[in-house]
Design a protein around this ligand. Structure first.
Ligand SMILES: *Cc1c(COP(=O)(O)O)cnc(C)c1O
Length: 307
């Protein structure tokens, strides 16, 4: 009998398994050292959104960490597609991970470890729940923790070093907010747990240039803004610019464009989701229905990678 993949399908150790049965070794340095990278691409309405961009970022991340995938990007696309196909999910959160792997007993040289590829598709994940998306998120600028230095950890490589981001989340909850954005050692805004941040400041959109992942949703928003003639740029963002912003929103593959309506307990603009934010959110989802960035999944035809 075919296993039940409805809750999600994973690929690990060259096998497809129901996601609940997917395991990695406790000795994998991806687990014991956070020595790994990953990427997340969404499937919406049965199609991948900007798959090639996610694959390209993943390849670059691997290269930056001197990780080598056992698969070509074409094979990775095949594996991700097969995970989605087996799950039957029309809206999915699809993750690919490359871990350093399991060292021989006593081996501590990362060059001497065979890297391992893992992937899975599960139902689409939202950073913000339905209520939060409707009313707008309550955001704080974290005071108790700063973003790990970009000189210590390259923030343009998607990674699992979430110690600072998780501390930010706990601070947000303590301050009765939903989530937090972190500043760097110089006091400039960076990003939050799994999202980039945008402010509409003096009529222009701005998002932090440094200290943040080059989010593909961020890129999409920059491109959509250009299409509708709204000035948008990456640059240095000071917390005061957020305080004075007429609109704030967050961007992530896990949720798209999400309005922020309270900042450090104070209303943003008139306290309701901003009109530009809503327009960009609409265009963002519209882009999932238009063809340009969409790679449809063929749910009927099984696909294999060459062994
Ligand atoms: C994934 C992630 C983002 C958002 O990137 P997208 O490509 O838009 O999903 C932003 N910041 C961090 C730390 C992330 O992990």
């Amino acid at each position: 009998m075919e296993p039940d993949y409805a809750a999600g399908c994973a690929y690990t150790m060259d096998e497809y398994v129901p996601v609940k049965d997917a395991h990695i070794s406790i000795l994998d340095m991806g687990f014991s050292r956070s020595d790994c990278t990953y990427d997340v691409v969404a499937v919406w309405d049965g199609g991948f959104f900007r798959l090639d961009d996610h694959l390209a970022r993943f390849a670059r991340s691997c290269e930056c960490l001197q990780l080598r995938t056992p698969h070509t990007l074409g094979d990775i696309a095949t594996i991700l597609t097969e995970c989605v196909r087996r799950s039957g999910l029309r809206a999915a959160y699809v993750e690919m991970i490359l871990t350093r792997g399991v060292p021989q007993a006593g081996e501590r040289d990362p060059r001497r470890v065979t890297n391992r590829f893992h992937a899975y598709a599960i139902p689409y994940v939202w950073i913000a729940n339905e209520d939060q998306r409707a009313r707008g998120l309550h955001l704080v600028v974290a005071r108790s923790v700063e973003r790990i230095s970009a000189r210590a950890l390259d923030p343009t490589v998607k990674n699992f070093h979430w110690g600072d981001l998780v501390r930010g989340l706990f601070e947000a909850y303590e301050r009765a907010a939903d989530t937090a954005v972190l500043v760097d050692a110089n006091g400039y805004l960076t990003e939050g747990p799994g999202f980039n941040v945008f402010a509409c400041y003096r009529g222009q959109l701005i998002t932090p240039a440094d200290g943040a992942l080059h989010g593909i949703t961020r890129q999409t928003v920059l491109e959509l803004a250009a299409q509708i003639g709204v000035a948008a740029r990456v640059g240095r963002v000071e917390p005061e610019m957020l305080t004075q912003a007429s609109e704030i929103f967050l961007t992530s593959t896990a949720g798209g464009v999400m309005p922020v309506t309270l900042l450090d307990g104070q209303p943003v603009g008139d306290g309701s989701p901003g009109s530009l934010t809503l327009r960009l959110r609409e265009l963002y989802w519209q882009a999932h229905r238009d063809g340009q960035w969409v790679t449809p999944v063929d749910y009927r035809t099984p696909r294999r990678v060459a062994p």
